[in-house]
Design a protein around this ligand. Sequence first.
Ligand code: AGV
Ligand code: CA
Length: 312
Amino acid sequence: MKKNIYFNHDGSVDDLTSLFLLLQMDNVNVTGVSVIPADSYLEPAMMASRKIIDRFGHGINLAVAASNSRGKNPFPQDWRMHAFYVEALPLLNESGKVVIPLANKPAHFHLIDTLRVTEGKTTLLFTGPLTDLARALDIDPTIEEKIERLVWMGGTFREEGNVEEPEHDGTAEWNVFWDPEAAARVWASGIEIVLVALESTNQVPLTLEVRQSWAKERKFIGVDFLGQCYAIVPPLVHFTTNSTYFLWDVLTTAFIGKSDLVKMQTVNSIVITEGVSQGRTVATDVGRPVHVVYDVDRDAFFDYITDLAKRV
Ligand code: AGV
Ligand code: CA
């Protein structure tokens, strides 16, 4: 039995490679895709998504929905530029046309409609902020019944997050920080939440060794695509900086296809929405339970995604 997956992403390099990998999983039925312009600009992220589905979707029939959501704390502009570089890759532009259409509704309505018309329950895969889900829940809370669970790249229970911004203490992860209220809204729902948090994504940095392994196998068009995408962003070399790239969203997506790559534990938690720690997820007895992915078999993860890329 294939799992129904609705994918909402925010157009960064690992969001777009996640879309590519999701389309290669034989145990997944992708029911919808939408794009929120958080860690990207909307136009290139939409175009890149449609071109990836055209090129690597094995003929799947989908329309991509654009979000009209806005966040509270914007991403740095140079990170948001990455989608322009992916969209322009010759590998995605060979045909000279874009076939996959735009959906005729904004992402949060598209999500509601897709959940309603899909038989059975759907797993939500979110690799950007939760704004579209929060808005969908406000409009129609009954969609909760149609949601199997939410798998989200977001949050951390470590002291150190990955936000380095003025007027912030650095304890938040970016996808929560962009729209903390949205995360709090989803926490207030009854939806089961799996958090692929920095605890595990910190274990899968982009390294020169990883890049080299893809370069070596670039005769496979899908592995070449991974290599081209991860040529755009800075690897971990001597030490972690604010711009060092990890495979945050790709790990989250790999969890969908192969959950035994990781270890999980349940934590009661809340989301801080105000002040210098806004966007921080805090473990506390009074919070709601979330399943936190805190460990990953790194080698098995890289083997899995490279094998998926060879299925093109
Ligand atoms: O916090 C991780 C999230 C993931 O969904 N994003 C990038 C991934 O798509 C924000 C982010 C944190 N650090 C970054 C980010 C960096 N150095 N470059 C680009 N984006
Ligand atoms: Ca992302």
